[in-house]
Design a protein around this ligand. Sequence first.
Ligand code: TXA
Ligand code: MG
Length: 337
Amino acid sequence: MISKDLKLAIEKIKNNHLVAIPTETVYGLAARYDSEEAIKKIFETKRRPFFDPLIVHVASIDQAKSLVETWPVIADKLAKRFWPGPLTLVLQKSNKVSSLITSGLESVGIRMPNHPMALELIKQLNLPLAAPSANKFGKTSPSTAQHVENEFKEEDLLILEGGNCSVGIESTVLLIEIKNDKNCLSVLRKGSILKSEIENYLKSEKMNFEFVDIIQKEKSPGHMKHHYMPKVPLIICKNASMNTQNVLADFELHKSQMPRQVEGVSIYIPSTALCNPNILDLGSDAAQAARVLYQRLRESSELGNDCIIFYEKKEYNSESWEPILERLHKAATYIIA
Ligand code: TXA
Ligand code: MG
């Protein structure tokens, strides 16, 4: 049920139910962070494996501090500069955070969402909320309340109507580790807050830090080969001179070798030949492309197209396009070099 009833949302969350909430990035499937019963419901509803940890959402820096063992100066600076906003800080967790949320890791991801409704909800509850994106595991994330409703038709789920997400892709996830008094940073997931922005800001603050950027599976268990997958195959073509018919013919030729499942994410490959593609044109402005990305991935199946073709142009070769291209590559069934 889509609604603007904040009071009802508060009641539901207090009673260990899930509520879908708007944020500036994507809609989240939220539960009180301090209830194992409620957290388990998130994993069950999303069909998410227990090894992929959840982000905890706060409405103040004090709330964030209550979730961590120590609150380093660098985290304080980044939070004051980028919160509320699409930056998740991964820090050493305090014992208030259950290992169900962190998938057994000693760290917890925290962010303050930049959406008035989400902030109001957390403030009134006076409780941080654990929330992953409100989509089934491996599937396209939701950027409208209707997307969430379509995804969880079979559930009796309250979805808070907060309009279209203004950013449109998930937050940048930044791991902060302090080794020998040195701040070591790693971008675990790219988002609209770019590494260069973080770097420039910390330099201007004369902070002592280095980017390590090693993506180790044990530190970033959410790193799957496939993610964000739409209902119909997405084909990425890097060869601008290849026409649509040739792209489809190439897909048919290689179809039998394509995997049907990777790391628990199922990949749909139609048995009949593809013939009705939707050409995904994201324009040239990265911020606008991010805003419409998930809507565009979702609409193809609704419009009756049997696949999506995205021509990856040379002009996308800039840092602001990286988070978008990374998502498209994970969402793709087939990539033509
Ligand atoms: O913008 C967002 O971040 C959205 C909105 C709802 O806030 N949330 C979101 O959550 O994208 P989710 O669960 O779909 O993605 C969270 C990512 C996962 O890849 C997970 O592995 C990583 O963050 N993550 C969370 N906690 C972590 C931790 N302690 N260590 C490493 N990675 C972590
Ligand atoms: Mg997600």
